[in-house]
Ligand binder design. Structure first.
Ligand code: S6P
Ligand code: ZN
Length: 190
């Protein structure tokens, strides 16, 4: 600790678009080929390029994953696009620890935060610049871009929350966000 020194944090946010600058910043991208199984219309997916970028996440993890009491910060950017009538979206996950919540906030673009409880009740919250979302630790969450530009969303979550992707990979959400008559609608599965 530099006693009495006033220094600069190693990571900063570009206020315009909430992109992270600095070191360490982790970058993770998801191409269609990485996540194609999450979409309903596999015939429509085959018509798109495998290398299509669906979303990417920048994150700052100032402490090791699993640390109790720490926080992680992330900025997710979801591209515009659809697979058939289903909007481009994130994989989605439950947190491994059910008492580890998360904040999301809309920065740019329009979308829907899709949430599902353990009883498979699914609902959505509209995301727009300035929208703020509290995601209870027991709730699965994913985002879909319903607008005409990139959807950019900030997030902050506990460093020991962990991610359970398997449940969603195997059983999905109980509803899909589809464009119906030009509007986003949560349509029950099956
Ligand atoms: C992490 C937080 C977000 C997501 C990101 C991508 O707890 O919810 O940073 O990781 O939006 O979604 P996913 O489902 O691929 O991790
Ligand atoms: Zn999360």
């Amino acid at each position: 600790m530099a006693h009495l020194k006033i220094i600069q944090s190693c990571v900063e946010i570009t206020l315009d678009d909430f992109k992270l600058k600095g070191d360490p910043v982790k970058f993770q991208s998801r191409l269609l080929t990485n996540i194609v199984g999450i979409f309903f219309d596999q015939e429509a997916a085959k018509k798109l390029n495998d290398d299509t970028l669906v979303y990417y996440v920048q994150s700052w993890m100032p402490v090791p994953e699993g640390t109790t009491g720490g926080l992680f910060y992330g900025t997710s950017t979801i591209m515009t696009g659809k697979v058939g009538e289903e909007y481009f979206m994130t994989k989605g996950h439950f947190h491994l620890k059910p008492d580890r919540a998360e904040f999301y906030w809309g920065v740019r673009g329009e979308g829907v935060l899709i949430m599902m409880d353990r009883n498979r009740n699914t609902w959505g919250e509209r995301i727009y610049p300035g929208s703020l979302h509290y995601i209870n630790g027991e709730i699965a969450h994913r985002m879909a871009n319903t607008g005409q530009e990139q959807l950019i969303v900030g997030a902050c979550w506990p460093s020991d929350a962990g991610h359970d992707y398997e449940e969603i990979e195997h059983n999905g959400f109980s509803a899909r966000l589809l464009e119906v008559n030009g509007q986003p609608v949560l349509v029950p599965v099956g």
